[in-house]
Design a protein around this ligand. Sequence first.
Ligand SMILES: Nc1ncnc2c1ncn2[C@@H]1O[C@H](COP(=O)(O)OP(=O)(O)OP(=O)(O)O)[C@@H](O)[C@H]1O
Length: 318
Amino acid sequence: MSAPPPLVHVEGAALAFRGRPALRGLDLTVQAGTTLALLGPNGAGKSSLIRLLAGRLAPDGGRVRVLGGDPHADRAVRGRIGYVPQEIALYPRLSVAENLDVFARLAGLGRGARRAAVEAVVGRCALEEVARRPVGTLSGGYQRRANIAASLLAAPDLILLDEPTQGVDLDARAAIHAVLGSLRAAGAGVIVSTHDFSEAERLADRVAVLSDGRLRLAGDLAALMRPLAAAPPEHEAVLEGVPDSAAQAALREAGFAPEAGDPRLWRADHGAAGGLDGAALLATLRGRGVPAGEIRVRRPGLETLYRDALNGSAGAAA
Ligand SMILES: Nc1ncnc2c1ncn2[C@@H]1O[C@H](COP(=O)(O)OP(=O)(O)OP(=O)(O)O)[C@@H](O)[C@H]1O
């Protein structure tokens, strides 16, 4: 018997909007049963990739295969994919259960199957308490869970979620994490875009970092994180003002570099300032005229890998 196809196989995917490239030749393979976190700055191409995988868009170049087929051309493949867009795509005046019934009908489920499917996803997403309430009257967190529930009605083999926890409180976030954990435990593939490193570390077994329409890093999360366990702590200087040129020179001398887009946040590459005493460093920087508010020390983690990948210093994809 031949091996099942990978969940996702993307080769050289290119996509442009009005001539402006959003994806510039992206390769990505994801095996069945994987939870992949997609990371990248605003405009990196995460949503574009998710929409290609969902079959909502076709690539301008390259090839996109999901579950062995073409998600754009093949309706049967799309039927095995659950897609949760960033925006809430539900009818605000209908109750959660009514919305889910509409979407189950659109997914082609018969009457009996519809009722069972709605009940199953209401349970899985812990929506029992609000099932009879109009979606428009619910909190953002519940609306997001209802949005996710709608994508699960046809028991998909792959669920694509575009920033599912953006703007929700901690309880709603935990509830959404529980839903994703249960999908993973049931063997479904999950691809989730996020800006939240702790979320990615908690949920994913693989990560992919995109920027400017290109894949900068992809690999097994545990394998990528392993070398960091022995790495010295990182130092982050949070400044009270924008440093003048002398203060900038002092920061650079101490191994710090400015964080892109924020002149008040400087970071020392992991290792560069390792072994230094944060309080002593702060005193030294202040002595040199750096308006340093605090020096934070923290263990390198996924955020370190992410920054290295964006700075081009990451190793080859694992
Ligand atoms: N419908 C569209 N029309 C025109 N340009 C678009 C459209 N969708 C995306 N783009 C552009 O394509 C590029 C990639 O955007 P995309 O939404 O995929 O990034 P993203 O990584 O998901 O960003 P974010 O984290 O902000 O959601 C950006 O330059 C964006 O402006």
